[in-house]
Design a protein around this ligand. Sequence first.
Ligand code: ZN
Length: 437
Amino acid sequence: MSKVTFLGGCQQVGASAVLIEHRDTRVLMDYGVAFKGEHRTPLPTSTRNLTAVLSHAHLDHSGSLPLLAGSHTQPVPVYTTALTRALSKLLLRDMLRIGRGNLSFERQEIDQLLRNTHALTYGQRQQIDDKVWITLRDAGHIPGSASILVEIEGNGSGPTRILYTGDLNTRTTQLVHGAPSLRDVGELDLVIVESTYALTEHPKRKDVEQTFVETIRATLEEKGTVLIPAFAVGRSQEVLSVLHKYRNQGLDYPIFIDGMAKAVTKVMERHSQSFTGGTQLQKAADHVTFIMNGSDRRRALKEPAVIIAPAGMLKGGTALHYLRAIADDKRSSVLLVGKQLPGTPGAELLETGSLIVHSKNGTGQRLCVQAKVKSFNFSCHVDRGEVLDFLRHVKGNPKILTMHGDAVACNNLADTLRSEYGFSAEAATKGQVLALN
Ligand SMILES: [Zn+2]
């Protein structure tokens, strides 16, 4: 008998974790962190006979993994792609450095975890014990991201096959190829699917790109600065690749990149062979100035230019430095390229045209922004139509559990899958245990 336990990321975005157990073998898929709300970490679990598999480097999937690094004598093996391993090293160390998440681990645990992290390529079948196998599939979300297929061989009967999508994207963007269809996966018994945008339809990517580029062109022609606050992992590189695509169409201005996005871009360049847009990203990066010091920062603001700088929701990072500098300049633009969660400075700026900016000593000051503020949907998650289309091609008659979305999105997607598609589907709840035959 095998069972699946939902440890976190249920009816919330953050702290994703799902445990599959078969006899003594325990396979943990993701162990993330949430930076707000009640459930900051997944439920605890023992490191006994544990193997972890990491879908991708974003901290809502990886941020609590060092808690399970195990001891020197009994380390917990982790499987993921080579690129996710390299990105996780950056992100976990950065999380520790800035004290995000307040988790009780140190550099030692991160290093221990990374030492025992083994790289798999997409499609490579890895044996965990004599009955359990895992395979990573391209999830199309960010470079290096994977969905996880777990196969458990039965006694005489066929194997039990479980697909955990992780964060999933099926549309091809400048940076990544969309996740392949489920047609080739074979029959599945259980699908655990993300629901982040299960209530949303994204606009066509080409339209978004064109409006984005036209806004940049207009700002630069007015001699303004374009500030693009962007998430360091994935979104900054997608924006670089979009700008590179339109360079040949006359959008040829200085581009600067600052903050964590620099190191992440370098890592992705080193792994450029492992994702579709790798070569284009390398070419894009050749035309970009990586800001190294204060004099580079001043230079970036001296002439019409595009500046890409985290944090994506303006919660901190070097983006705030540039925002202060251009706030009074009506010719300049602030282009938000990621979802601005309610309550964040980015959401406040979009709604009110001003935001509270905290100085180093913690005091907050309201900053009124005269520069134009616009938002663009460059989502790297499936929307409602895309997730339904993805699941429509599944073979077998799997049970479907939704997670990684707010309660309304997870339940709504499960309802639709039940009522319109005839699946046995439900929204997973934290602590839920599901028995598998
Ligand atoms: Zn993600």
